[in-house]
Design a protein around this ligand. Sequence first.
Ligand code: HEM
Length: 398
Amino acid sequence: MGTLFNQKVNPLIKMISNGINSLEGEQWAQRRKMLKPAFHIDKLKEMVPNFQTSCIELIKKWQKLLSEESSCELDVWPELLNLTEDAISRTVFGTNFEEGKQVFKLQTEQITLAIEAASSIYLPGFRFVPTTKNNWRKFINNEIKRTLRDVIDKKLDSMKMGGNADDDILSLMLQSANLNIAGEDKNRKNNTITIDDVIEECKGFYLAGKDTTANLLTWMLILLSMHPIWQQKARDEVLQTCGENMPNFESLNRLKIVNMILHEVLRLYPSIIAQIRHTKKKTKLGDMILPAGVHVLIPTLQVHHDEEFWGEDAEEFNPERFKEGVSKASKGENAYFPFGWGPRLCLGQAFVMIQAKLGLAIVLQNFSFELSPSYAHAPSVSITLQPQFGAHIILRRL
Ligand code: HEM
């Protein structure tokens, strides 16, 4: 994006994660290089069993709810938040996923405090004032860092002992960072990666991946409840492709209708509704010349709903428009960017698509679903695009 940069944020908000998203220039490029191998498709393929484990737990829970009833009403949004939390913890921390979940609980608390901080004016230096809330913020932050450092030490010890290399994201990051632990402080001068940097990235994955992926799955179930024909088409495809077997990496790749549905859901309900940048120097943007210091908002949600790009049925749920792939779905170039674009394209994109396809396929194999009369359609933004009053659905066993 040339000379458009990320915005500076309030330090009380920055506390929740100071990872790749907050970096610029050479530091960002180096961090991206370190993270990229962990998201390579071959590595993601090996993570599928983790997603399967998380999905099986969810399905078993829902089946139990239906063991004595033919149908039940459920707010699926918190259920899917739990699912994505579990899946991220397993894929990031591997065998240490329970410790990861502890960290995620603390992060949830930290996010609530950050949202509070975001709604008030920040006075420089305020974070150092020992108010009860600031002390609590500091305590949580230290706890998160302590737990993560502990997990990292365990992973590094096991790597030093020459044990089997783990395929979790944290181990892959540590291998790729090639940390020189003894010279950690010196590393900083050399502009390489330290353990503190790895800690910030672990925190970032939870922030980047939990709500966004849970929202995608939730909107998908809501839209397929509203459009039972598409629900049936997707189920037919899953049953034809996988039968009653657990979907795996290869079979997920063959799910064309499910893939079209996913894109259409991301078009209508992109979790990140806008991206914000600012100019550091005079910048040409299309026909405009922007001076330094201008904030630029890229309105993902509006562009995704714009009739100029999507035609008269822009507001309709019509997965068919993605039949010939993403590039042919809209009239304009770059009219579809739920995962951003350019050098800062979401690193978790392929990770999300596998997880969402798997989650939907397993639900379709086991249940049919429709909207409950208590469901109120109210998309609202609280960092991400969420269903304000939850996602109440009536589930039936197939
Ligand atoms: C439906 C789910 C998701 C959506 C819609 C989404 C969307 C996005 C968007 C729009 C950006 C670009 C932000 C910007 O340019 O300002 C981004 C960046 C990023 N995402 Fe995702 N994301 C999702 C899930 C994930 C997951 C599961 C992970 C990792 C486990 C992840 C990791 C990242 C990272 C590390 C970046 C920063 C890349 C950089 O700055 O170079 N995301 N995501």
